[in-house]
Design a protein around this ligand. Structure first.
Ligand code: NDP
Length: 334
């Protein structure tokens, strides 16, 4: 049982020495629990936050523990009457070959016959797809004809947000890093306008957004924060809704600066609404069914970036911060 441990809290950008891959015996299922063989591991920006000893919506990963992760796998041994060996499951586990699931631990059965790959439960019909779906539609509530702006637009969540906004009849602007991602925003995901944020100052970026949205932006789906968010704040329409989903530009920063031009929120009478997908778990079936239907109808394209092997866990994870990932980043270990 290979396990990818957090052995030191990263200071800023994680380095390989913060982690250790160890070999341990395959665990036995505890009374009322089970052991899951992980096949696909979700690599998420959120994991970076869980590595810090800071107040959050979940306790930090303890030093010496395997790095917490959402995984898709197969029940290896079960002493839980609701699951049998061989069942495919989704759960909050860790980057390791085998995970012990305690009684009451978060695990749900998944039907892999309805998807082309079990990894879809980590992307399209998993937390990523549902973040895009509920964050945009429940919080952002775009109306047909409005302008929606998405940051981190070429990523897993962002690319789905933009496409769902288009399905709802909005005009969609995406901000992403680099010419290739910007080309993909328009060609692959159907965004109306793509803006490359790399190497640009706040005022340069703000001017490009103003040119793309002369009447302002009605809904912002914010994944990035920092300079990008500040440039967007100058371009809000009156009573704009900002869905605050992520602040990835700050995750490796020692200091969190937030929005330095917060004043723009007053000027525009805008609303910033913090969003956590955890608040929607009881509506996953509803959201998953709608997302699956759009995919079936060819209206929604969901890309995955599948990296191979637990010994690649560190470089694979770092793709999120270099921007190397093209689609939902997943580590396949079986
Ligand atoms: P992505 O697939 O979007 O991958 C991360 C992307 O972030 C990279 O590809 C890169 O794209 C961009 N990025 C990395 N560093 C920076 C930086 N310093 N400045 C600007 N952009 C950067 O990941 P996800 O779709 O999984 O997550 C996207 C966001 O959604 C994250 O902020 C995450 O925390 C958040 N999230 C929040 C949830 C919630 O419940 N609130 C649930 C799930 C995700 P580029 O090349 O364009 O720079």
């Amino acid at each position: 049982n290979r396990r990818f441990l957090l052995v030191r809290r990263p200071a800023g950008t994680p380095v390989e020495q913060d982690f250790q891959l160890v070999e341990t015996p395959v665990p036995a299922a505890p009374e009322g629990g089970m052991v899951v063989r992980n096949h696909f591991i979700s690599l998420d920006p959120a994991q970076r936050g869980w590595m810090d000893d800071a107040p959050s919506y979940m306790p930090p990963i303890a030093l010496g523990d395997a790095v917490r992760a959402t995984t898709v796998g197969v029940v290896h041994e079960s002493r839980n009457p609701d699951f049998a060996a061989g069942d495919w499951v989704l759960g909050l586990n860790a980057i390791e070959d085998f995970s012990v699931v305690l009684p009451g631990g978060f695990t749900s059965a998944i039907d892999i016959s309805v998807v082309d790959s079990p990894s879809r439960y980590l992307s399209a019909v998993g937390a990523v797809g549902l973040t895009a779906y509920f964050g945009l539609l429940e919080v952002g509530q775009p109306q047909a004809g409005e302008t929606v702006l998405v940051t981190g637009a070429a990523g897993a969540v962002g690319s789905m947000v933009g496409q769902i906004a288009k399905i709802k009849g909005a005009r969609v602007i995406g901000i992403a890093g680099g010419a290739d991602k910007c080309r993909r925003l328009v060609q692959d995901y159907g965004f109306d306008v793509a803006i490359d944020y790399k190497g640009k100052t706040e005022s340069e970026l703000s001017a490009e957004i103003a040119a793309a949205a002369p009447d302002g932006v009605h809904v912002v789906f914010e994944n990035v924060g920092g300079t990008v968010m500040e440039a967007v704040a100058h371009n809000l329409a009156q009573r704009a809704r900002v869905v605050l989903c992520g602040l990835i530009s700050e995750y490796n920063a020692g200091e969190r600066v937030g929005l330095r031009n917060l004043w723009q929120i007053i000027v525009k009478q805008a609303t910033i609404h913090g969003f956590l997908i955890a608040g929607y778990v009881n509506r996953f079936a509803e959201g998953g069914a709608q997302v699956a239907q759009w995919i079936g109808e060819g209206k929604l394209r969901v890309d995955e970036d599948i990296q191979q092997g637990i010994d690649n866990a560190f470089p694979a994870f770092m793709r999120l911060f270099s921007g190397a990932n093209t689609g939902k980043l997943v580590l396949q270990i079986a």
